[in-house]
Design a protein around this ligand. Structure first.
Ligand code: NAD
Length: 414
């Protein structure tokens, strides 16, 4: 039995899923292969991901590859109820709805875990943490899992360092075909999609402050520059700070940037990137949003305390009024690109989700042989995904001649 909001929304969800399917050629190719060979026959797969159309299509591919699939959302605001309904119609079990309370979100995770999975796809580490802390009796049955994002990997590596990780976990986020495209170009584009849909305001001429210049931050800053903004980057890593300067951004501490910015985007994967002293320094009309995994990058507590008045300014935008100024917060500080838009473009998630399905296949094919650790996908899998992407784009590349191969593997001068 599924736990969803409204089954009658299924036709709209189907349209969305069909649209992304037409733009995910690498996943389509994998689906063709696995529909024949059914590598997941007889297995139960639990998925915790942002439940929108691309995720739904990937879940359907896993199902068509033989698995029984149970899926939940990885954020209370990113589930699309019509997509959830479409999946139920197609025979998947879904436990998720848009705008879940903390208790409901937790309950949906529990219900998903109770499907007793053999394989797990996680995004942010919530499902795997729950498996270890609340369902230890199920661990022996789990062949492994695949983690989608940077924050999830930080949590998993902390578990492994404490000797607490009891299953092999594939670090899908660390594959080249994931972070180079999803984190950079995906986040870069979809964060602006979310901000523009939420505010309907111009970016050109504004000062944008990007906090965190990792793979996501680089994408967000790059697209902000492209939209005509002046970009300030705040970092704690000196190398990334130099990189940000060379890429054409200004760099300064957040307390100084707070006084200059019009739009603030946090992408640190860390807590309290924006907090009380920053709100006090901000200009009237400053817009804040977060693109990092959890909603603790913008410290909302002090904002609530400072506010003399709080009101809904627009769908997905709350206004906090204090000291004669107004600060706007988009989507409660949750992932702006998923809570206020549809997440990354389909062509980007094509590669990320092909990697996810490949990761499950790798775990299953090597069942019993892998250590209980955070593992990197083999280079051959990354190359397969990249080659299929190139093929879908109609692009061919050169290959090394025998002489070139010898030259590159030899230490002797010719
Ligand atoms: N919105 C999305 O769709 C999406 C997509 C991929 C990843 N993510 C999430 O975005 C976050 C960032 O991911 P990433 O891959 O860019 O990580 P990353 O590790 O490549 O980059 C994070 C950067 O933030 C910096 N940083 C950390 N704490 C800071 C602080 N307090 N102030 C300033 N800078 C700080 C680090 O030095 C680092 O350069 C993670 O939570 C990740 O899970 C979101």
């Amino acid at each position: 039995m599924s736990t969803i909001r409204n089954q009658s929304l299924a036709p709209e969800g189907k349209l969305k899923i069909n649209w992304v399917k037409e733009h995910m050629p690498v996943l389509n190719e994998l689906a063709r292969e696995f529909r024949e060979t059914k590598p997941f026959a007889g297995l139960r797969v639990a998925i915790c991901l942002h439940l929108e159309a691309k995720t739904a299509y990937m879940a359907k591919v896993v199902q068509e590859s033989g698995a029984q699939v149970t899926i939940t959302g990885s954020n209370p605001l990113s589930t699309q109820d019509d997509v959830a309904a479409a999946l139920v119609e197609d025979g998947l079990t879904v436990h998720s709805w848009y705008n879940a309370t903390d208790e409901e979100y937790e309950d949906h995770l529990h219900k998903t875990m109770q499907s007793e999975p053999h394989l797990i796809i996680d995004d942010g580490g919530d499902l795997v943490a729950m498996l270890h802390s609340q369902y230890p009796q199920m661990i022996d049955n789990v062949r492994g899992g695949a983690e989608e994002t940077t924050t999830g990997l930080i949590r998993l590596r902390a578990m492994a360092a404490d000797g607490e990780l009891k299953i092999p976990m594939m670090a899908v986020n660390d594959a080249f075909c994931k972070y180079l495209f999803d984190n950079r170009y995906g986040t870069g584009q979809s964060v602006w999609d979310g901000i523009m849909r939420a505010t309907n305001l111009v970016v050109a001429g504004k000062t944008v402050v990007v906090i965190g210049y990792g793979w996501c931050g680089k994408g967000v800053a790059m697209r902000a520059r492209g939209l005509g903004a002046r970009v300030i980057v705040c970092e704690v890593d000196p190398v990334k700070a130099v990189e940000a300067i060379m890429d054409g951004n200004s760099v300064m501490p957040m307390l100084d940037a707070a006084a200059e910015g019009n739009i603030f985007v946090t992408v640190t994967g860390c807590r309290d990137a924006i907090t009380k002293e920053h709100y006090e320094n901000m200009k009237d009309g400053a817009i804040l949003c977060n693109a990092g995994h959890f909603d603790l990058e913008i410290d909302k507590g002090p904002l609530e305390e400072l506010a003399e008045n709080k009101r809904l300014a627009r769908k997905n935008v709350e206004a906090y009024e204090f000291n004669g100024k107004t600060i706007y917060l988009i989507a409660e500080g949750r992932l702006v690109n998923l809570a206020a838009a549809d997440g990354h473009p389909a062509e980007i998630m094509d590669m990320s989700f092909a990697l996810q399905v490949e990761a499950l296949h790798y775990l299953n094919s090597n069942h019993g042989k892998l250590p209980n650790d955070v593992l990197t996908l083999p280079q051959a899998v990354d190359d397969k995904v990249a080659r299929r992407k190139l093929q879908a784009m109609g692009v061919s590349i050169d290959t090394l001649s025998k002489a070139q191969e010898c030259y590159l593997t030899s230490w002797k001068a010719e």
